[in-house]
Write a protein that binds this ligand. Structure first.
Ligand code: F6P
Length: 233
């Protein structure tokens, strides 16, 4: 586990882009992508660059259940607006949040993950140490599943909605087991609200109570943090 503490999120995102480019130059072409505010600067780096994404495949971590892809609060919209409109990929997979048949969504997404093994997985981290929407208590070998969001996650994500009551209660997420199959994981953490989760991830015991702590057992993880997120390390 490499931990790089950078001056700020802009510097950290620039380094993340350089690491991503290196993986692509080494033949990596299947990218696991994250949403939320953390990866925004990285996606802007990609958009501003001359990287040609038309031969790349993307697989997103998660999507809310019950929000249409045209809804600005959906992760489909987030990815389209922040990356794919400007840098279209050859194929992009995001769980179908409008399909309420969870078994169908899960079967399809597990097949996608089998067909397209992830080379580089970009991760953010929740204030409760979640990765994707894998909340505390999720099994380390979990595959794609539907999750009931915790109050902490709903409150943290309420900032994107008119109120916490509007935040969906459920989501589809790639499992921890699938995340751990990625060849290289780049975890980004910015802001003091991530400091407790980050130190638990890096220095704490390996426990399902801190989903990201499983990364201690992955052979190729790069953590990029700004000073605030690293303040408890
Ligand atoms: O980057 P943010 O907005 O702090 O979100 C942190 C985490 O929460 C999620 O968006 C899920 O709520 C994750 O995908 C993300 O890594």
């Amino acid at each position: 586990m490499k931990v790089l503490v950078m001056k700020n999120k802009e510097e950290a995102s620039k380094r993340a882009f350089e690491l991503l480019l290196a993986d692509i130059k080494n033949g990596g072409h299947i990218l696991g992508l994250a949403t939320g505010s953390t990866p925004l600067d990285l996606y802007q780096q990609i958009v501003k660059s001359d990287l040609d994404c038309s031969k790349l495949i993307s697989i997103n971590l998660d999507e809310y259940v019950g929000i249409a892809p045209t809804n600005p609060q959906s992760y489909h919209y987030f990815m389209q607006h922040n990356l794919f409109d400007q840098k279209p990929f050859m194929k992009s997979f995001i769980p179908d949040g409008m399909n309420f048949n969870a078994a169908e969504v899960i079967k399809h997404y597990n097949q996608v993950l089998k067909n397209y093994p992830i080379d580089t997985q970009i991760l953010g981290i929740g204030t409760n140490g979640h990765i994707g929407f894998n909340e505390p208590g999720t099994a380390f070998d979990s595959q794609t599943h539907q999750v009931k969001l915790t109050t902490a996650t709903i409150e943290a994500n309420a900032r994107f909605f008119a109120s916490a009551a509007e935040v969906p209660q459920k989501a589809y997420t790639m499992g921890i087991g699938s995340i751990m199959k990625a060849k290289h994981i780049i975890l980004l953490a910015f802001g003091k609200q991530k400091a407790a989760a980050l130190t638990a991830t890096i220095n704490g015991p390996l426990t399902t109570e801190v989903p990201a702590s499983i990364l201690q057992s992955h052979p190729n993880v790069t953590i990029l943090a700004d000073q605030a997120a690293a303040s408890k390390l």
